[in-house]
Design a protein around this ligand. Structure first.
Ligand code: PLP
Length: 400
């Protein structure tokens, strides 16, 4: 018998496990609305044209495959800070940003969690209830204690603003508060700018450290600038914060694992020291980041022409999702006009959070071959206009 006979089988991942089950289904009707990955109207994966163009330019340059510095590709780091904070941000000019290129959003969050474990011992991270399925794993595995704050009001299918403020008020001063920068996953419910101002007032009063998970910049509104309201507002207010950025969704670089973990701090001396420690942590985990995706980002952002093309494609992707959102809503009203389906239109970003129970989700999958996470979340990025009526029929049947 193996010396590891005592190792128990881990459960399938609640999100990525859905794709595994989907691939095994032979039904012609099947729909994968589990993972948040953009599909075309033909339900095919989409590589952005601007990414192909950048790759052609890269190939022509025949660059080498030497190791990157631990902190990543300099042009990438610069582009990534500017994308989030704006090219003329005082935080960048004053060299107050410690920016480490890391392994997409997940790897960046994980390095950030390791930093909290080591340099802010005993600090609790507050995450929204509900949140993206991997947040809890990331902080737990890094040995960081986490608790939840109220976020979603199922009655109004909106923000539980009072509950959120009350929970953050009750948290010990100096806690870390994880915030979704935009297009909250899974609820599709974001605070308004007026609400953000009040949330930030409270964070400042309580000396909490905001930690912005920025996985959907450009995907909420279609505009990179509009979706960066929160980090830019924090800079304006002079509040220090941490942030994990991902290019998986907005540049469609899912498999390239490209993103960054940054701290925006009060002075460049602190930023240098923090960056040195982020590098120390990354060195022991994966040594240095992959170069291919970082070069794509620097090519795209570094050329005015390609940057413009990227914005156009992002608007196109965000627009297609808005379109199927409307189609789904209209189809739901047609199937069952007596029910209130307005929540579908109220929510933003890639998902619709349906409020379906696990049993209702199972009905969607077992009877209708529609694959989704059991928290009731549907990825509209994987829906086509042609399939909206079928999905509506399945939803109306499942909640009946
Ligand atoms: N954060 C949130 C809220 C997400 O939804 C995701 C992906 O679905 C991520 C982070 C990280 O994704 P990745 O590691 O592919 O950048």
């Amino acid at each position: 018998a193996s010396r590891l006979a005592g190792v128990e089988m881990a459960p399938p991942d609640p999100i990525l496990g859905v794709s595994v089950a989907f691939n095994k289904d032979t039904s012609a009707d099947k729909l994968n609305l589990g993972v948040g990955a953009y599909r075309t109207e033909d339900l095919k994966p989409y590589v952005l044209k601007v990414v192909r163009k950048a790759e052609e330019r890269m190939l022509a340059k025949a660059e080498n495959k030497e190791y990157l510095p631990i902190e990543g590709l300099a042009a990438f780091n610069k582009a990534t800070m500017e994308l989030l904070l704006g090219a003329d941000s005082p935080a960048i000019k004053e060299q107050r940003v410690a920016c480490l290129q890391s392994l997409s959003g997940t790897g960046s969050l994980r390095v950030g969690a390791a930093f909290i474990a080591k340099f802010m011992p005993g600090t609790t991270v507050y995450i929204s209830r509900p949140t993206w399925g991997n947040h809890k794993n990331i902080f737990s595995d890094a040995g960081v204690e986490w608790k939840e704050y109220s976020y979603f009001d199922a009655e109004t299918v909106g923000l539980d603003f009072d509950g959120m403020l009350a929970d953050l008020e009750a948290a010990p001063d100096g806690s870390v508060v994880l915030l979704h920068g935009c297009a909250h996953n899974p609820t599709g419910v974001d605070p308004t700018q007026e609400q953000w101002v009040k949330i930030v007032d409270l964070l400042q009063k309580k000396k909490h450290l905001p930690f912005i998970d920025s996985a959907y910049q450009g995907f909420a509104s279609g505009s990179l600038e509009q979706d960066a309201f929160l980090p830019r507002y924090l800079v304006e207010r002079g509040i220090e914060f941490a942030t994990a950025q991902s290019y998986s969704k907005n540049l469609g670089l899912y498999a390239e694992r490209v993103g960054a973990m940054s701290f925006v701090l009060a002075d460049s001396d602190a930023a240098q020291r923090v960056l040195s420690q982020l590098k120390r942590l990354a060195r022991a985990i994966y040594s240095n980041p992959p170069v291919h995706g970082a070069r794509i980002v620097s090519e795209v952002v570094g050329s005015e022409e390609m940057f413009g093309e990227w914005k156009g494609e992002m608007e196109m992707m965000a627009g297609r999702i808005k379109g199927v959102r409307q189609d789904l809503h209209d189809a739901l009203v047609k199937v069952n006009p007596d029910k209130d389906w307005s929540f579908v239109l109220k929510q933003i970003g890639m998902f619709t959070f349906t409020g379906m129970t696990p049993a209702q989700c199972d009905n969607m999958t077992n009877k209708w071959h529609i694959y989704m996470t059991r928290d009731g979340r549907l990825s509209l990025a994987g829906l086509s206009s042609a399939k909206a009526a079928y999905l509506a029929e399945a939803m109306a049947d499942s909640v009946a």
